[in-house]
Design a protein around this ligand. Structure first.
Ligand code: ASP
Length: 313
């Protein structure tokens, strides 16, 4: 049987928010597009060669973490203390195993650590010092603070501190931009997986944890239904249990991926005041993007066909 007779696909996001064409330079837009494109190409290649969905989402999120344009890994925003506290999670839709980390300060790719937690710790969720201790025991390299320093993020912190605000990844205090990254995939073996990673919010107080590392809120995958990764105002995504609710509507409510995602994002999340979006892929390889913000950095490729890259509504 030819590989492409089985459906497969990958979708990624680099955050949602007030992303407007009129505020974007051609050069910046080009940078976003080419980075999203490169990530999709790499993950698609892995899937075509028979790789697993869990490997594809881990690879995609690692590449996004390494890109300073996005608020995760290298490009993480600063906390109020001028440091970094990163969160990440990953879930395997076949085994329903999951791994998550929170309040990570010195690991280059938090998604890799989340996967290690899933496979090697006997736990699902490790946070702070304990998570880092586990990382070093597993052979992860300790990165110094300079690795995570970018002028752009430091300026964001100073501007947030001048106005005494705790803000989601943004450039203007009247706007909201969420630069979290995520990936969902279906492989040719029929397996689904999802992963999400973030630096959280600029000027956040120590100890704040968003939806990104919470299984069911920011990330969920189940081979019977769908894989979902979220970005947006974490407090609301936690309360609406966004990713799990989409899965539940498909499992128990017989909704399809579009009905489930649009109901949860446009009704359940919006009615409590949350903003942001989700990416999802179902067990048949159908990909869907849903967001209630003016834009979301996103890209996908199904069955090795043409790559889609989108930014605005
Ligand atoms: N959801 C993330 C958080 O609340 C933020 C984002 O999506 O950029 O930490």
């Amino acid at each position: 049987m030819k590989l492409h007779e089985k459906p497969f696909g990958i979708a990624i996001h680099g955050g949602a928010g007030t992303i407007l064409r009129e505020q974007m330079s051609e050069e910046k837009e080009g940078e976003y597009r080419s980075n999203l494109n490169a990530v999709i190409q790499a993950a698609n290649k892995l899937l075509i060669l028979g790789g697993t969905a869990i490997d594809a989402v881990e690879l995609a999120v690692m590449m996004l973490e390494d890109c300073p344009l996005f608020n995760a890994g290298k490009g993480s925003v600063f906390t109020a203390q001028g440091g970094h506290e990163m969160d990440a999670s990953i879930m395997d839709g076949t085994t329903l195993e999951a791994g998550a980390v929170s309040l990570i300060k010195s690991i280059k790719n938090p998604v890799q650590l989340a996967r290690k937690v899933m496979e090697k710790s006997g736990h699902v969720f490790l946070a702070g010092e304990g998570a880092e201790k586990f990382a070093f025991e597993q052979g992860f390299e300790k990165m110094n603070d300079e690795y995570f320093y970018t002028d752009f993020r430091y300026e964001q912190l100073k501007s947030a501190q001048r106005s005494n605000a705790v803000v989601l990844d943004h450039t203007d205090l009247n706007e909201k931009k969420f630069g979290t990254v995520g990936a969902v995939a279906l492989d040719i073996h029929g397996r689904l997986a999802a992963a999400t990673s973030t630096g959280g919010m600029t000027n956040k107080q120590f100890g704040r944890v968003g939806d990104t590392p919470m299984i069911g809120s920011g990330t969920y995958a189940d081979d019977r239904t769908v894989a979902v990764s979220c970005t947006g105002s974490g407090e609301y995504f936690i309360r609406a249990n966004v990713a799990f609710q989409i899965h539940s509507m498909m499992l128990y409510g017989q909704s399809d991926i579009v009905q489930a995602a649009s109901n949860v994002v446009q009704n359940e999340l919006t009615k409590i005041g949350g903003d942001g979006g989700i990416i999802a892929i179902d067990r048949n390889g159908r990909i869907h993007f849903e967001f209630n913000t003016p834009g979301m950095y996103r890209a996908s490729q199904s069955n090795g066909e043409e790559i889609y890259v989108g930014i605005y509504k």
